[in-house]
Design a protein around this ligand. Structure first.
Ligand code: NAI
Length: 505
């Protein structure tokens, strides 16, 4: 078996097949591109030529390298022209029986040592390979759109795939400038699996009327640094794509509550409010522009502020609040019990304001909770109780606008917005590590590169504090009695033993 993969066959010249062809050509491989539809592969070749020419114009590549790449491309008119390839990647329609049928035809043409890979995003590799003569040479090779820019690829052995096939695909990925991550053949692999938490928890928050889409998107972008808010992202992907994925992952994991989809998106799908592509999703769009922007509400500086009495789950939060209030010359009530006219500020985790009030025996009419999961130097979220006096909510809002940072005021929610979403992202990633779907390094890299999060989700847990994440999940589980929030054993053990979440024995 030749160790080097020099010649690559690509079947399906749609968006993915064309992208994979581009990176294979640009890394000096010979590519045979085939599509069942007449003229489709030729059209893709012309598109590629235009793409490479543009890269030359922008001085990203030299004219010689573009020429060399195009000289290495063969547009195949028939499938049997791919018979001498070292590797054949299929990127055809996402349909199990069509893919199985193609593999049968392919196996009749290529020698036994040809590697066969599937770019499927949602089908089981074991199932795709199950009708084949040689399932041991078949693997998943899952790229992301747009392939040249999304520098990560999941390499997925089916149950019967030989380990050597995996290492050869891993080596090829590096040559093509992509970070390979090896995933067990499980629903969603790594990236589409970890990505479930962001959307589903945000939908649940919206469904509970904790805040509107503008505030939820704002909190997650400005507090936690996500590049797109969950509702902006759902609108971009389109609910015709994302709702079925939510349902399918949920069903494939036998109705695991962590992946539970939401009735909201089902309704919108039925009403064909799909997102950007229909001009209406969570937001409205005109000529590609999002309409109805709602900037954060600011409360002007007040003539007078009440003194602030602080309760905090963590000493560092108490200190951060004390420093902030001192900087802005707001007096702090340091008595053991709050004075009758003090504003009570609670830096709490994993509970709603009512639960903090009950736990700490506070006056509900004067209490406002604040989310410090990502510190104080970012957008803040405040959560008054059902019966907090409006003037005290306004005072708290104004205090946290004093340094120019923005504030969202939300309805009571067990665990604010940012805490809930990030705890779910981290917990799911810990559980993926627990199940051995991939290594911690690969989970972190896959999510940074594939979902564009600022940190890998397991490392993110270390940055925010594993004990805080566990506390959020434990309290949420206790208060809501929803098993969706139960902490992963991976997380629990590392907190109990005071170890980093990335620790592996
Ligand atoms: P596409 O619809 O753009 O292209 C599919 C191409 O395959 C078409 O040109 C079609 O003529 C051709 N084709 C269909 N059946 C064929 C057959 N039996 N033999 C040869 N050619 C055939 O699809 P796209 O988006 O490129 O997806 C391809 C695969 O990649 C699917 O398995 C999809 O799930 C997966 N994928 C798609 C991503 C995306 O964002 N579009 C991301 C990651 C994976």
């Amino acid at each position: 078996m030749s160790i080097q993969i020099a010649t690559i066959g690509i079947i399906g010249s749609g968006v993915m097949g064309t992208g994979i062809t581009q990176i294979a050509l640009q890394s000096n491989h010979q590519v045979y591109l085939y599509d069942a539809k007449d003229g489709a592969a030729q059209m893709a070749a012309e598109k590629l030529q235009a793409t490479l020419n543009k890269l030359v114009e922008k001085n990203k590549i030299t004219a010689e390298s573009a020429q060399q790449a195009l000289a290495n491309l063969v547009v195949a008119a028939r499938l049997d022209e791919l018979k001498n390839c070292d590797l054949v990647i299929e990127a055809i329609v996402e349909n199990l029986s069509v893919k199985q049928e193609l593999l049968k035809q392919l196996e009749a043409l290529v020698p036994e040592n040809t590697i066969i890979a599937s770019n499927t995003s949602s089908l089981s590799i074991t199932a795709i390979a199950s009708q084949s003569q040689h399932p041991e040479r078949i693997a998943g090779y899952h790229f992301f759109n747009p392939v040249p820019l999304m520098k990560v690829v999941e390499v997925i052995p089916g149950i019967r795939t030989q380990p050597e096939i995996v290492s050869r695909l891993v080596n090829l990925s590096y040559k093509m400038g992509h970070r390979p991550v090896v995933a067990k053949d499980t629903p969603g692999f790594i990236i589409n699996h970890t990505g479930r938490a962001y959307g589903t928890e945000s939908l649940k928050i919206l469904n509970e009327n904790v805040a509107n889409i503008h505030e939820i998107d704002r909190i997650l972008k400005q507090n936690l640094g996500f590049k797109m808010g969950p509702f902006e992202l759902l609108d971009l992907t389109g609910l015709d794509v994302s709702h079925p994925v939510m349902e399918s992952v949920y069903e494939q994991y036998y109705q695991e509550p962590r992946y539970r989809p939401n009735v909201l998106t089902k309704q919108m799908l039925t009403a064909k409010q799909l997102g950007r592509k229909t001009g209406q999703g969570f937001y409205r769009y005109e000529a590609g522009q999002k309409l109805d922007e709602q900037p954060a509400i600011r409360v002007e500086k007040l003539a007078e502020y009440p003194a602030v009495w602080i309760a905090a789950d963590f000493e560092a939060d108490r200190q951060a609040l004390t420093d902030y209030l001192n900087t802005h010359q707001i007096s702090i009530d340091t008595q053991d019990y709050p004075a009758a006219d003090s504003l009570i500020l609670v830096a709490s985790y994993g509970e709603d304001t009512s639960s903090s009030i009950q736990r700490l025996n506070l006056d509900a009419t004067r209490t406002v909770a604040i989310d410090l999961i990502n510190g104080l130097n970012v957008h803040r979220t405040l959560m008054p109780s059902l019966i907090t006096q409006e003037k005290l909510s306004q005072a708290a809002h104004s205090i946290f606008n004093l340094d120019g940072n923005s504030v969202s005021v939300i309805q009571e929610s067990v665990g604010f917005v940012a805490q809930r979403v990030i705890a779910m992202v981290i917990n799911l990633a810990c559980d993926i590590a627990q199940q051995g779907v991939a290594t911690v390094d690969d989970i972190n890299a896959a999510v940074r590169l594939g979902l564009g999060y600022s940190h890998g989700p397991i490392s993110w847990g270390d940055v925010l504090g594993p004990a805080k994440i566990l506390l959020i999940l434990e309290r949420m589980t206790q208060i809501t009695a929803d098993p969706r929030y139960r902490p992963s054993p991976w997380l629990q053990r590392r907190v109990k033993l005071n170890q980093s979440l990335t620790f592996t024995a």
